[in-house]
Ligand binder design. Structure first.
Ligand code: ASP
Length: 341
């Protein structure tokens, strides 16, 4: 039987076209996608499209879009073999991370892609990204199962786990990496799937979605010269339930008494959830290595291991949306839920 794919267009550079010199780049009507990318008509699969209204630059993405995407995928789950989401690159790693937690026991591919140049431009990277993303979303193994039953990002010949990805380049075609996780697939003459890395759902477990998100999270990036006032505002703010601290190297922060005592106040007095991720692109947090990290561990700061900031944010939104018990969230944060650790 022919595979069928739902192509979901949310906005971003990929779907832009220069209508006239005066109008500049404007989103084009996606029902005409086959005219823009005639290669799509040669696929042996059926491709339907769904366009969000309004289309947005992904810098304007809010959790509401993730909820709509999760609901749409749930509604159409039995009708399609895979989903391709066209999305702006700026927040693609955030959206892919969040969706990976919101979709549970996913047995079908959900592949995000986009481009650095609009699909209507001669040198666009959008056409290859789109065509290969569709091929991956429709690929089955010998047993007839989806080859990549994960939320992933396809970009510039590589397929990355969504919650391991980060945007690393604002101009080059290789805009994404997953520094702590091997690519799930690489496209050359053939698409080579890295089956030992690709996760599979629990057999027979039903697919479900989680759309309750609690977004009361702040991100604090440690830097030389940061003041006690700034740290206190972020860590102890009454509206904040959790804070992601982006620390140096293997999880080191400031060892000064004022810093440790603000962390103590936030964790011990207010029982806030504080998670430590590294500012480094690769590697992981190990708070037992240096005294500056140990002080945080002693105060009850949770290690984010090798999680990206994007993954930690999506995971917190998801876990906090499920329970009001901060201790349960702290426990679950340390569990590998979707291959994010
Ligand atoms: N600002 C655009 C967006 O994220 C950039 C892109 O699509 O690459 O929507």
């Amino acid at each position: 039987m022919r595979s069928s794919i739902l192509l979901i267009y949310t906005g971003g550079t990929i779907g832009m076209k220069e209508e006239s010199e005066r109008s500049g780049l404007v989103p084009f009507d996606f029902s005409g996608i086959i005219n823009e990318v005639p290669e799509l008509s040669r696929f042996a699969c059926k491709i339907d499209s769904y366009t969000f209204d309004p289309l947005i630059d992904s810098s304007d993405v809010e959790p509401g879009l993730w909820q709509k995407l999760a609901i749409l995928i749930k509604e159409k789950y039995d009708l399609y073999d895979g989903f391709v989401i066209l999305h702006g690159t700026d927040t693609m790693a955030y959206s892919a991370s969040a969706l990976s937690f919101m979709l549970e026991n996913l047995a079908k591919p959900v592949i995000f892609t986009g481009s650095q140049l609009p699909i209507g431009r001669t040198r666009t990277d959008g056409r290859e990204n789109l065509v290969s993303a569709i091929e991956i979303a429709s690929a089955k193994d010998k047993k007839g199962r989806a080859r990549v039953p994960e939320v992933a990002i396809y970009f510039n010949s590589q397929l990355f786990r969504g919650n391991r990805s980060t945007k690393v380049n604002s101009v080059a075609f290789d805009a994404f990496r997953s520094p702590n996780c091997l690519p799930l697939a690489e496209a050359g003459i053939d698409i080579k799937y890295n089956t030992s890395v690709i996760r599979r759902p629990e057999p027979d477990a039903p697919f479900s979605i989680h759309t309750d998100l609690d977004t009361r999270v702040s991100i604090l990036k440690i830097h030389p010269g940061i003041t006690p006032q700034v740290v206190r505002n972020i860590l102890c703010g009454p509206e904040t339930r959790a804070v992601i601290i982006e620390t140096y190297g293997s999880g080191n922060a400031i060892s000064k008494d004022w810093f440790v005592s603000i962390v103590h106040e936030a964790v011990s007095k207010d029982n806030k959830i504080i998670i430590n991720v590294t500012q480094c692109l690769s590697g992981e947090v190990n708070m037992n290595l240096y005294a500056t990290g140990k002080a945080l561990a002693n105060e009850g700061v949770i290690s984010g291991g090798d999680m990206t900031t994007e993954a930690a944010l999506g995971k917190l939104f998801f876990l906090m949306g499920k329970t009001s018990d901060n201790n349960a969230v702290k426990q679950a944060l340390q569990t590998n839920l979707r291959g994010e650790i």
